[in-house]
Design a protein around this ligand. Structure first.
Ligand code: IFM
Length: 763
């Protein structure tokens, strides 16, 4: 796999978008795709995972470190910047196969000299504390320049400074800053070790910035290498000592060897995905880019955090970890990187206490998970999330307190993880407790409607955020039903396989009396059924809302960025929805619904969906692919896969800036590719593969892991080949009505006929 993402031309007006697009990261930190000479106005950020701070401005957000890659060339006292200097050419590039960012800019000085800056950087996967950069300056004729480099302490933060203390450090040739956060006094360190070509005279500009006087001969490069270390108290006892160690060991290895290791690490990740598409390099590239972004934000090193909704591309959404992780991102990790998936699941399990606190805060029992979870398991989401752009008043949003489906999403995640990996050991490790407490939460907030002898869920916000405080949101109710089923199965499983722990858990949770409640809710929950037209109503009364077209709705907009949702946005009393809701339900619980129901609902809801959230198009693509509507599926897959490539996303919700990368869409892209077109799903006692290739693809290959073994699937137009790459288990594979067994060392060939949806874009 050798793809690179490239942009030519001056980034004027695009610094924010390209900053997202060219982001690098390793799950420990992210570094935006900004230029080395940029400052805080251009939104440079080196964003840390798992370190959050509340500085009293009412907004707890992830911390940005002082910028360690700050570097520029000055010529005759003038700073060369791609934004303000005369530029002959500029390219920015991301080599996906190695996660290496490159820029090359040719500046034309006032006297006509051509000075070129080329720089490479990467966030190491091999040593997560390391950020490495090589910076090369050349001139077309002999000249003197100065190269300034250091740690820029004047950094971008959405809600202001997050450090109460910053101490400049020096250890021989390593300089750095140790910072201490305001709220929790957590220490972090950034260190730098610089190596330059012989002959450059160095002088110190200020404590953390060096300058070098460089005599350039025509065509002979000045090369500087920077080994930057980033350390946090959460995994380093003495952050400065660790930072020094990291810089030293990196410098000993040298840039070339580090870059080589970086390539190897990324190669392994891509091999775990194993995606190959014949006949469509454009789609293959977009899919790899999408997976690259998701990997860059994934904390493989810890279960103290999951993946924030904007990855590590900045502080947007307060670095909150939403249901996006379980529903959109976890499938890729569970199927391709099970140990990373376990950590994502453990993150929720570790934070059960915060979920219990939140349930109690609203007068419920059990576990109500945060809508925007942070590293401490508390809810970063506030009741007043948005500001009305007409009145300037804060608007009450019902995300935090009414999106109760979050607890069902968490349970779904645990269950999904177990079903794919068969790691039942996570149940006694806290998984069972989490599941049972979420089930208890739902029982405590259910409304028992006596005359109908059923449980309802009133005053909730479903997946579609434009319609808040509705009754019986279909997605919510079905997911709660699933939660109850999983809770009952968990009780059985624990009793049979972990009897002693089961007894202890039941006693500790005082759960003996709860089992009947769980069963009762499971049996009597109201599940909105398809009507005579096969349509599932999104919530009680949805079909009575005004049925307008999107165009009509848009024509009513008065001000750009006005919020379309509650309390009085334009979509509120209409059938226009923000994102997949019923369609999400049909995609996740696909086996419970007929193809006809899926098709009818898809066709009904699709024109009524604004896709105002990046979580939407991938789900429409997924269901369309599963149902054989391959043209539609392809169109929406490409939208999801290219969201960060093309920058086609909403930047504002009202006045709230929401730009950044989109890990949920990235995870959704993998789901559409492998589970939608590739047809991979779990079956009762094995897997099923029911592919629907789009006409653009001659064949599709992918890898996955199931129950500890690794497999490779090749899908051609008329047959499927599945081979076991690792492990000795026999895998039951269902394709349509056929059942096959894949055994170690063998390749199983299955002849199949692609099911199409007549007249709906199927092949
Ligand atoms: O979780 C989503 C939500 O569904 C829609 N708004 C953005 C959130 C973060 O991605």
């Amino acid at each position: 796999m050798k793809y690179s993402i490239k942009e030519n031309g001056i980034p004027q007006g695009k610094t924010e978008f390209w900053g997202n697009k060219f982001c690098i990261g390793n799950g420990y930190f992210g570094y935006r795709g900004t230029m080395e000479e940029y400052g805080k106005e251009e939104l440079v950020s080196c964003t840390l995972s798992e370190i959050y701070d509340d500085n009293g401005n009412g907004w707890r957000e992830p911390v940005n470190m002082p910028n360690p890659l700050y570097t520029y060339v000055s010529y005759k006292g003038q700073k060369l910047s791609v934004l303000t200097s005369r530029v002959d050419s500029h390219i920015q590039e991301l080599y996906l196969e190695a996660g290496i960012h490159r820029r090359k800019t040719a500046f034309i000085a006032e006297d006509g000299k051509r000075i070129t800056v080329e720089a490479f950087r990467f966030a190491s996967l091999d040593d997560i504390h390391l950020l490495a950069m090589r910076y090369i300056v050349t001139s077309d004729s002999e000249t003197e320049v100065e190269v300034h480099t250091g740690i820029d302490d004047n950094i971008w933060n959405i809600s202001g400074n997050h450090f109460r203390k910053k101490t400049v450090k020096q250890n021989e040739e390593i300089t750095g800053i140790v910072c201490e956060t305001i709220q929790e006094k957590v220490k972090t360190a950034v260190g730098q070790m610089i190596r330059v070509s012989a002959g450059a005279a160095q002088y110190t500009e200020d404590q953390t910035i060096n300058a070098y006087s460089v005599h350039l001969k025509a065509g002979e490069p000045f090369v500087m290498e920077k080994y930057v270390s980033i350390c946090k108290e959460t995994d380093c006892t003495d952050v400065w000592e660790s930072a020094v160690k990291c810089c030293r060991s990196a410098e000993e290895s040298g840039f070339e060897r580090l870059a080589e290791r970086q390539r190897t690490c990324w190669k392994e990740r891509y091999e775990n995905l194993g995606i190959k598409i014949k006949g469509d390099t454009e789609a293959e590239k977009a899919i790899y880019y999408s997976c690259y972004l998701l990997y860059s934000s994934a904390p493989f090193y810890t279960d103290r955090v999951a993946i924030p909704a904007r990855g590590l591309s900045g502080q947007v959404y307060k670095g909150g970890m939403f249901w996006d992780t379980e529903i959109y991102m976890l499938p890729m990790f569970a199927f391709c990187e099970p140990s990373a998936a376990r950590k994502l699941v453990m993150y929720r399990i570790r934070n059960l206490a915060g979920a219990r606190e939140k349930a109690a805060e609203y007068g419920y029992e059990g576990a109500f998970y945060p809508w925007e979870s942070q590293e401490n398991g508390k809810d970063g989401c506030t009741h007043y999330n948005l500001t009305d752009i007409f009145t300037g008043r804060k608007m009450r949003t019902y995300f935090r307190d009414k999106q109760i489906h979050i607890s069902a999403d968490v349970v779904y995640g645990i269950w999904k993880y177990i079903s794919i990996t068969k790691d039942y050991g996570i149940l006694p490790d806290g998984g069972a407790e989490t599941i049972l407490e979420c089930a208890r939460f739902f029982y405590s907030c259910a409304y028992y409607k006596k005359d109908k002898n059923r449980y309802e869920f009133l005053d909730v916000t479903g997946a579609d955020e434009y319609h808040e405080r509705v009754n019986n949101d279909a997605y919510t109710n079905y997911m709660i039903h699933l939660t109850m089923k999983i809770a009952l199965e968990t009780l059985d499983y624990m009793e049979t396989h972990y009897h002693a722990q089961f007894i202890r858990l039941m006693d500790a949770l005082n759960y003996w009396g709860e089992c009947e409640n769980i069963r009762d809710l499971y049996e009597k929950i109201y599940l909105p059924a398809p009507d005579s037209q096969c349509l599932i109503e999104q919530y009680d009364g949805y079909f009575k809302e005004e049925d307008v077209s999107l165009e009509e709705l848009y024509s009513r907009i008065i001000k750009p960025n006005e919020y379309l949702g509650s309390p009085c946005g334009l979509a509120v009393n209409t059938q226009i929805i923000k994102q997949a809701d019923v369609i999400l339900l049909l995609s996740l619980l696909s086996g419970q619904f007929t193809d006809e129901i899926k098709e009818k609902n898809w066709s009904y809801y699709e024109p009524r969906t604004e896709h105002g959230s990046s979580l939407s198009t991938c789900i429409y693509a997924l269901l369309a692919a599963k149902n054989g509507k391959t043209d539609w599926a392809y169109k929406y897959l490409m939208k999801a896969a290219r969201i960060d490539l093309l920058g086609e996303y909403k930047l504002y919700l009202g006045d709230l800036y929401i730009g950044g990368t989109h890990p949920a869409a990235n995870g959704g892209t993998w789901m559409v590719t492998v589970q939608g077109f590739g047809g991979l799903d779990m079956d009762e006692d094995g897997i099923s593969i029911n592919p629907h290739l789009p006409k653009q693809w001659d064949s599709l290959e992918y890898c996955f892991r199931y129950a500890g073994s690794a497999y490779k699937v090749v899908i051609e137009q008329a047959y499927i080949e599945i081979s076991q790459l690792e492990g000795n288990d026999e895998l039951k594979v269902r394709t349509g009505d056929q059942v096959h067994f894949c055994r170690s060392g063998n390749t199983t060939k299955i002849v199949y006929k692609q099911q199409t949806a007549p007249g709906t874009g199927g092949q």
